[in-house]
Ligand binder design. Structure first.
Ligand SMILES: Nc1ncnc2c1ncn2[C@@H]1O[C@H](COP(=O)(O)OP(=O)(O)OP(=O)(O)O)[C@@H](O)[C@H]1O
Ligand SMILES: [Mg+2]
Length: 341
């Protein structure tokens, strides 16, 4: 329900500035995902938005209202952490109702909200259990339910699924996507290290690097048009291939980037590059071939389905036209067209 604006926000701990001047607007009802390397300031930024930490300089607004000195409890936010932080001696129902109880809500209103949140998350049948009687995924759903019950205008998630196993992550990810769909006005900010979560949940992704915003855009914009080598290498799995020196020079750039799914294996001699398959990873649905071209690192080529190319084979590779990314020495995209293009 809130539009969030950060204007030149910084955060300093002692002598160290960890948030270095962030300008960012998060739209009402938007699902914004923060990604970036460990230590870049994602959790700190969430804590600043929540009010659990105060900003050092700059301004923050919710719907145009200055939030700098507003208490966390008055901001209308709810936060879900990696560790579920449920009260072990309380039932699921009491855990979910706790915040409302403190807020002095009536018993009937409390019950209605808890039941509604429980049914959204399909934990109705668990309301009488204690946290220790739940699986990790169920506990995290209770933590999310507790946040929903508080009827927040902003939902903050800090890596909520990272303690769950692969299958539960997928299931809970779908629950969160559904939640966003059902709570269209609630602004959601979500920190993750998981590429799939970022790409599938986000309306927009904000890539942070060393306390600054590197790029903000839709998942597709970032994937197709990264505005730096950093973003190109950060978004996407496997990582974009980078080639420099003799491989990049003919394309008028210092570094050439190409995604693994944009390289085809072509008949011998028909490709742009020739190399040796040094390793193959079979993921069942896809194969990743690691091909040594004599560059600094092997190039990863993604082949759908089953491929029978034994290690040690020589292959000819052709990058798809128009899908090369060219970067200059400073890591920014080269805008000038190639003479031949
Ligand atoms: N209370 C604090 N005092 C001093 N430094 C801090 C404090 N909290 C965080 N930092 C530092 O601020 C930087 C950013 O930390 P933050 O927890 O925001 O990173 P992050 O992007 O969430 O990383 P991760 O992906 O590992 O969770 C780190 O270098 C961290 O050591
Ligand atoms: Mg963190």
């Amino acid at each position: 329900m809130a539009n969030i604006q950060l204007r030149n926000v910084t955060k300093t701990y002692g002598a160290v500035t960890v948030i270095k001047g962030i300008d960012l607007e998060i739209r009402r009802g938007e699902f914004m995902v923060f990604v970036g390397p460990s230590g870049c300031g994602k959790s700190t930024l969430l804590r600043l938005i929540s009010g659990l930490e105060s900003i050092s300089t700059g301004d923050m607004y919710f719907d145009g209202e200055l939030m700098n000195n507003v208490m966390p409890s008055k901001r209308g936010i709810a936060m879900v952490f990696q560790s579920y932080a449920l009260y072990p001696h309380m039932t699921v129902y009491d855990n979910m109702a706790f915040g409302m109880k403190l807020g002095g809500s009536s018993k009937s209103e409390m019950e209605a909200r808890v039941r509604r949140a429980a049914s959204m998350l399909q934990i109705d049948h668990l309301l009488d259990r204690l946290p220790k009687q739940l699986s990790g995924g169920q506990r995290q759903r209770v933590a999310i339910g507790r946040a929903i019950v508080r009827d927040p205008r902003v939902f903050l998630f800090d890596e909520p699924l990272s303690n769950l196993d692969a299958a539960l992550r997928v299931q809970t990810r779908l629950e969160i996507a559904k939640l966003h769909h059902e709570m269209r006005d609630v602004t959601m900010i979500y920190v993750t290290h998981d590429q799939v979560e970022a790409m599938t949940l986000a309306d927009r992704i904000c890539v942070l690097r060393d306390g600054l915003v590197e790029q903000v855009g839709t998942p597709t914009e970032l994937y197709d048009h990264p505005n730096s080598i950093f973003v190109a290498g950060f978004i996407g799995s496997p990582k974009m291939n980078f080639l420099d020196g003799q491989f990049a020079a003919p394309h008028g750039c210092a570094t050439l980037g190409i995604r693994s799914e944009h390289i085809d294996i072509v008949p011998q001699g028909a490709g742009l590059w020739t190399g040796t398959v040094i390793h193959a990873e079979d993921l069942g649905s896809d194969n990743y071939l690691f091909v040594d071209l004599g560059a600094k690192e092997p190039v990863i080529v993604r082949q759908p389905g089953k491929v029978a190319i034994p290690e040690g084979s020589t292959v000819s590779l052709m990058p798809r036209a128009g899908l090369l990314h060219r970067f200059d020495e400073s890591g920014r995209p080269v805008q000038a067209p190639l003479a031949a293009e």
